[in-house]
Design a protein around this ligand. Structure first.
Ligand code: MTE
Ligand code: MO
Length: 533
């Protein structure tokens, strides 16, 4: 006799089976050290399909946790699908099992067809095995008659008898019901814990891969300038002049950063050149490398946002590599590409003038962490990252803007991405209540940048008052950001708004006109409210 389960145990069984599927697959993926967990495979397939605005707003909303948010969304969505499959299973268990297996295979199929290795299908298969067993076991528990406690139905049996009018099963009550709930809750917890463990293991492995590296860095032929004492202002809460590598913002189109072997890495310079050049890591490290402080910013940074950082980079001038390759007349752009399919279009003239455009191998004195492009990336002062800062770079194609488009340009962002002068308030914190110091003084402070042009001055205004000139930290180079600080006296108690604007050395005054980040960076002035008590 086949008992038809009531709706809810079957729905719950579907959800739990899905969680076990993701959890098992995650653990298998980790132990294979493969980037093949179903959630990642699905996410990786979804990212290029998502509208640009959605990706960029996800980045803005979740910051660098956007990938975690994506994984959570996928697992939650999968559990929803599991619930539907469970509901279908009330009447048609066979169909539910087929759906469970079919959807379970989807990530493997998607991953495999987009070039993952065969090994990448193993986690999904393992997840399916565990998920279907859990589904079956839970349903048997749910079917168990109240007192006997013995499963009365074999769910793998034919489902023909499920077609008839729904029969009232023995409602799981008493021990049966408790066992079902206990099991369902326990297994859900195991599934979620496994996903969480897998995700943190992945993060740990990534940061380990970032620090344990075989690259032995040469001493720079040209060292970065010493940081002058006046380059850093002493204001609590102000962003440091040099960003710790672990705090440096991160923007990737890839869900998992490619792992590139420095030993086999090469960079090829080709296209509209007289002499094609290919360089290995050993050759690159033998060249006279230069060290420069350069502030890198993301075009999708919102006004007042933190997708900007300043680091000391060690690398070889791209100008020198290009001069070896000898670009031919007519070329006006270099399309840099990486292992993850990302490309950036950089004006040739920017890469051949005298600025510190580097093929970088180190950041703040250490080999690049994997997240930031190990073993080599580009860093170009004066341009947003999306048109210049290719990580895991392997290819420089000398070409023209007329012939080639870069990754983000095909998605609605502008072809050229020169940085705009920008400024940000760090102090006081948003909504802070401040108590005036001696001589009723209030201090505001923050950062300003106009890479490669340089900041001429920063002006600060309280409410609708006059613009006052802020004190500026000493400039490190025109390629780096500067700190500013301003003192205000005579503020009444109550709420005030502080605004800031930067003026660059070309005389450009940061505009108060608000516009969104797409296609060529947000504008508008950063404002912050605080209360004087
Ligand atoms: N290969 C690759 N390089 C890339 C990107 C990417 O997604 N893939 N993102 C770019 C963007 S949009 C920015 S702002 C910078 C960010 O560099 P970071 O992650 O080291 O801060 O890298 C650029 N280089
Ligand atoms: Mo970016």
């Amino acid at each position: 006799m086949v008992n038809t389960p009531r709706t809810w145990p079957s729905v719950i069984a579907g959800i739990v089976a899905t969680l076990i599927y993701f959890g098992t697959a995650e653990l298998i993926a980790r132990s294979l050290a493969a980037a093949s967990a179903p959630a990642l495979l699905i996410g990786q397939a979804l990212i290029p399909l998502l509208p640009t605005v959605l990706i960029k707003s996800a980045i803005a909303v979740f910051g660098t946790h956007d990938k975690l948010a994506l994984v959570i969304t996928i697992v939650a969505g999968g559990a929803g699908l599991g619930a539907i499959i469970g509901w279908i299973g009330v009447r048609r268990r066979g169909l539910a099992l087929v759906l469970l297996i079919g959807f379970g295979l989807l990530p493997a199929v998607v991953g495999f067809s987009s070039g993952a290795e065969l090994l990448a299908t193993v986690p999904s298969l393992g997840g399916i095995a565990a998920g279907t067993v859990v589904f079956a076991v839970l349903l048997r528990f749910a079917d168990a008659p109240a007192r006997s406690g013995t499963p009365s139905a074999d769910i793998s049996a034919d489902d023909s008898s499920d077609q008839g009018p729904r029969r009232q099963s023995s409602t799981p009550t008493g021990p049966g019901r408790r066992a079902f709930f206990g099991l369902a809750t326990g297994l859900s917890a195991v599934g979620i814990a496994a996903v969480a463990a897998g995700q943190s293991a992945a993060t740990l492995a990534r940061s380990a891969a970032g620090t344990v590296t075989k690259l032995v860095l040469p001493r720079p032929a040209t060292s970065a300038p010493e940081i002058p004492a006046g380059a850093a202002l002493d204001v609590p809460g102000l962003t440091p002049l040099v960003t710790e590598t672990s705090d440096f913002y991160r923007i990737d189109t890839a869900l998992f950063p490619p792992s590139v072997d420095a030993e086999t890495w090469t960079l090829r310079v080709h296209g509209l050149v007289e002499d094609e050049v290919t360089i290995t890591m050993a050759e690159l490290l033998d060249l006279p490398l230069q060290e420069h402080y350069v502030t890198l910013a993301c075009v999708s940074n919102e006004v007042g946002g933190d997708l900007v950082g300043n680091a000391k980079w060690l690398g070889y001038p791209i100008r020198e590599l290009l001069s070896r390759a000898k670009p031919t007349a007519g070329a006006d752009m270099v399309l840099s590409g990486s292992d993850d399919g990302f490309t950036a279009s950089t004006p040739l003239e920017v890469l051949t003038d005298d600025r510190a455009a580097l093929l970088a191998v180190a950041m703040n004195g250490h080999a690049l962490p994997r997240d930031h492009g190990y073993p080599a990336r580009l860093v170009v002062p004066g341009l947003y990252g999306y048109v210049s800062a290719t990580k895991w770079v392997t290819d420089l194609e000398v070409t023209t803007f007329a012939d080639k488009e870069a990754y983000w340009t095909t998605r609605g962002w502008s072809t050229h991405g020169p940085v705009l002068a920008a400024s940000r308030i760090d102090v006081p914190r948003p909504g802070a209540t401040v108590t005036p110091k001696s001589s009723d003084r209030i201090v505001t402070a923050g950062m300003a940048w106009a890479q490669h042009t340089g900041i001429e001055k920063v002006q600060v205004r309280i409410d609708n008052g006059d613009w006052a000139e802020a004190e500026l930290s000493e400039e490190l180079t025109a390629d780096t950001w500067r700190q500013w600080r301003c003192e205000h006296t005579g503020l009444s108690t109550g709420t005030h708004t502080v605004s800031v604007r930067a003026i660059d050395l070309d005389g450009n005054v940061q505009t108060s006109e608000r516009r969104p980040a797409i296609p060529s960076a947000a504008t508008g002035l950063h404002e912050r409210q605080f209360t004087v008590e």
